[in-house]
Design a protein around this ligand. Structure first.
Ligand code: MG
Length: 256
């Protein structure tokens, strides 16, 4: 498959899906998961605001999916994937601000490869997963680490507003099995992983989750973070970068 990049963007009061070609955007009418066509309007990346590249009904996340990350948290490698969710209200665009909410004492970045689902997936087999995957994007599974440890389960720690920046585009037609997954805190590299170190493969994860819940077009799966997670402070800039997919850059700001 030829590589294609899709974005969603705002220009003035209008928002569209678009096909990205270099710096140029070809706006689309319709839904990238269904019927769409180019509507003749063209823009440049530097004149639009990038939105989340799709509007998921849910984000399902895999915890502990890189061996060395499990080790740094002093946790055993799980026999089955540990899954949890983040709400749609946590989702923000690739350049939006992440809020450091006052009840949090430690706020961590987690660089993650994100799978975007293309069609209804219910109880599928791993070998069928590629038919249901639309493409891939970049995400940051922002986590209130102190609350994760305190609560014993992860809903509060993972679910604050602004805790799921993702984008900038959805890339179709790539092989995700050997991609560098990196985080840069204020320009300094802090995570430097590779998807070849995943404990559970992407087809396995998609199949596993589809045996629990129906995955809908546009739903996203965050595939876990490599080692090197660490804290962020107000005023920091965190960049998550994945080979062939680009990067998201978010500032950490005080709650207003
Ligand atoms: Mg994570």
């Amino acid at each position: 498959m030829k590589t294609v990049k899709f974005i969603r963007f705002q220009f003035g009061n209008e928002s569209y899906y678009g096909r990205l070609d270099g710096e140029k955007i070809f706006a689309l009418n319709g839904d990238i998961f269904g019927e769409y066509e180019e509507n003749g309007k063209e823009y440049y990346l530097n004149e639009v605001k990038l939105l989340t590249p799709c509007e998921p009904s849910k984000a399902i996340c895999v915890g502990l999916n890189y061996k060395r990350h499990a080790a740094e948290l002093n946790l055993n490698v799980p026999e089955e994937p540990v899954i949890f969710m983040k709400p749609t209200t946590s989702m923000i665009g690739p350049h939006d601000d992440v809020v450091y909410w006052p009840i949090i004492n430690r706020l961590d970045y987690e660089a993650e490869l994100v799978v975007v689902i293309g069609k209804n997936a219910r109880n599928i087999k791993p070998e069928e997963a590629s038919d249901y995957i639309f493409g891939y994007t970049v995400g940051n599974d922002v986590t209130a680490r102190d609350l994760q440890q305190k609560d014993g389960q992860w809903t509060r720690a993972k679910s604050f507003d602004t805790f799921l920046p993702f984008g900038p585009c959805i890339v179709r037609g790539i092989d995700p099995s050997e991609l560098k997954v990196q985080a840069f805190l204020n320009g300094e590299i802090v995570q430097d992983g590779d998807t070849s170190d995943l404990i559970f493969s992407i087809p396995f994860i998609v199949s596993y989750i589809s045996k629990v819940m129906t995955l809908l077009p546009g739903d996203i799966i965050m595939t876990g973070t490599p080692e090197g997670v660490g804290p962020m402070q107000i005023g920091d800039t965190i960049e998550i970068r994945i080979e062939q997919l680009g990067s998201i850059v978010n500032r950490i700001v005080e709650a207003k």
